[in-house]
Design a protein around this ligand. Structure first.
Ligand SMILES: Nc1nc2c(ncn2[C@@H]2O[C@H](COP(=O)(O)OP(=O)(O)OP(=O)(O)O)[C@@H](O)[C@H]2O)c(=O)[nH]1
Ligand SMILES: [Mg+2]
Length: 459
């Protein structure tokens, strides 16, 4: 069913069987979708409405999806909570879009992006003026997540976030009709929106059940790992900090690495090379001002990475000082706010040391933020990785232990059997005859010694 309202088309069609189809975009014109779903934004041209703050990150986010920001319109100081920009200025933007002929930089613009997080009312009002699709920062992120979501779990998460955002705009439309703000909007239009709202709510309920199942499965996998004596190391940090690259360098497991924001949307767990008892978790990155309901959609996946024995908080050492500070404080806040219920053991890792950033300066930023001294690494050229491995081991197991397996004593098991058990128990770094030096958990160590009939002792 389709109902034309305000130049928008509400469609109830795509709200089912989302798993095997490209995710339909209900969020579109002022948050309300237009007929066919659009998940590929490559080649689109957009105007950015900007009031304050640095726009480069949002431009990079748009570029990640292949959207070109052809112009930035600034309007400082105008307070119009209804329309974001002043009405006159919005009308100018609308006129320019509609009259741009071939050769004009605005020719082909079919998207207006609001630089900040807008209210549903602002989205609807701005759309009313410009008559092309309107996104705010949240909708830009949602569209980006949709185009990057590869797995069923990621798509479920993103779809939930998207429907929740759509619901707020739909409610605003219903509200405007009820209060009579929206003239010429017949009862049929209202019914249609309410119909979509009902379908959205129904789909949300189903998706949340599905998400719950994914979360339970994750929890169970985690429980099994812990039971098996594994220790976990989570990688966290601002988007594009180099998490997946470090994960790959330490685990050898292939994950998506791209010079794009939000390449990774879900948690991947892999074993640390040569230390299979240590599990690493790569996960979605953080970004400033991500509304909490949007991040909440990712909480199951984030939790899997953040509930760990050791958290590595990554930051790009080649970023400008102010950028580094901003990204680190956002990441730290997100990590701490997530309140995983477990004491976080955290290390800061400055990445991309081969890029020629000012490492001393970066270290100073870390220090002034009251964070522990950072380790410095390059996943590309391997710099600092050995020190990082050692430091991970030390955090997880404390100092190394040297064990001696005695050969002369009688017992039900051979010395070789104990040696092999020691290899299973921890990470052996040296072996001279029956003397083995290793990293391993104290509880496991005490158990081995107690059950060794006096054969195994600490040097
Ligand atoms: N020069 C250099 N580039 C690096 C290094 N590590 C990562 N990069 C680059 O930085 C970009 C982002 O790397 P990723 O590993 O995908 O970063 P991420 O934190 O996983 O990013 P998201 O998943 O998008 O949040 C890619 O272009 C990488 O090639 C490094 O040690 N040196
Ligand atoms: Mg990644």
């Amino acid at each position: 069913m389709r109902v034309a309202t305000l130049g928008m088309t509400l469609s109830t069609k795509p709200l089912h069987s989302y798993m095997d189809e490209p995710i339909p975009v209900l969020a579109g014109t002022g948050g309300v979708a237009l007929g066919e779903a659009r998940t590929n934004h490559e080649g689109r041209r957009a105007i950015l409405l900007h009031k304050e703050g640095e726009p480069s990150e949002l431009i990079a986010l748009a570029e990640t999806m292949g959207i070109k920001i052809v112009d930035i319109q600034h309007q400082k100081g105008v307070e119009n909570p209804r329309t974001y920009f002043g009405k006159g200025r919005l009308q100018d933007v609308a006129d320019e879009i509609s009259s741009a002929v071939e050769g004009h930089p605005w020719h082909g613009v079919d998207l207006v992006i609001i630089h900040s997080n807008a209210s549903p009312g602002q989205l609807v009002s701005v759309h009313e003026f410009v008559q092309v699709e309107v996104w705010d920062r949240v909708r830009l992120l949602l569209s980006l997540f949709i185009s990057h979501a590869g797995s069923v779990e990621a798509r479920t998460q993103v779809r939930i976030a998207q429907l929740q955002a759509d619901r707020t705009v739909l409610r605003e439309l219903v509200n405007q009709q009820t209060t009579g703000e929206r003239a010429g909007f017949g009862g049929g239009g209202k019914q249609a929106i309410q119909g979509v709202l009902t379908t959205v709510s129904r789909e949300l309920t189903q998706l949340k059940k599905k998400q719950q199942k994914h979360a339970i499965a994750r929890k169970e996998r985690r429980r099994q790992r812990i039971k098996g004596g594994a220790r976990t190391v989570g990688l966290a940090g601002y988007t594009n900090a180099g998490k997946s690259s470090l994960f790959h360098a330490l685990s050898g497991k292939k994950v998506l690495v791209e010079d794009k924001l939000f390449s990774t949307l879900e948690t991947t767990v892999g074993r640390m090379e040569m230390s299979p008892r240590i599990l690493l978790a790569d996960t979605i990155g953080f970004i400033d001002e991500l509304p909490s309901d949007l991040l909440d959609a990712f909480h199951a996946t984030l939790d899997e990475s953040l509930r760990c024995d050791l958290l590595l908080l990554l930051a790009d050492s080649s970023d400008e000082t102010s950028e580094l500070k901003r990204k680190l404080s956002t990441s730290r806040r997100e990590v701490l706010d997530r309140n995983t219920g477990e004491a976080l053991h955290m290390k800061v890792v400055l990445t991309k040391s081969d890029k020629g950033g000012d490492i001393e300066e970066a270290q100073e930023v870390v220090r002034t933020m009251g964070l522990p001294d950072a380790l410095v690494v390059s996943s590309h050229i391997g710099q600092g990785l050995e020190e990082l491995r050692e430091s991970i081991m030390y955090s997880l197991y404390g100092p190394k232990t040297t064990l001696i397996v005695s050969q002369g004593l009688p017992g039900s098991r051979s010395p070789e059997a104990y040696v092999s058990q020691i290899y299973d128990l921890g990470i052996v770094t040296d072996k001279i005859g029956f003397e083995l030096t290793l990293w391993c958990g104290q509880a496991e160590l005490q158990r081995l010694i107690a059950n060794s009939e006096g054969r195994v002792s600490i040097k």
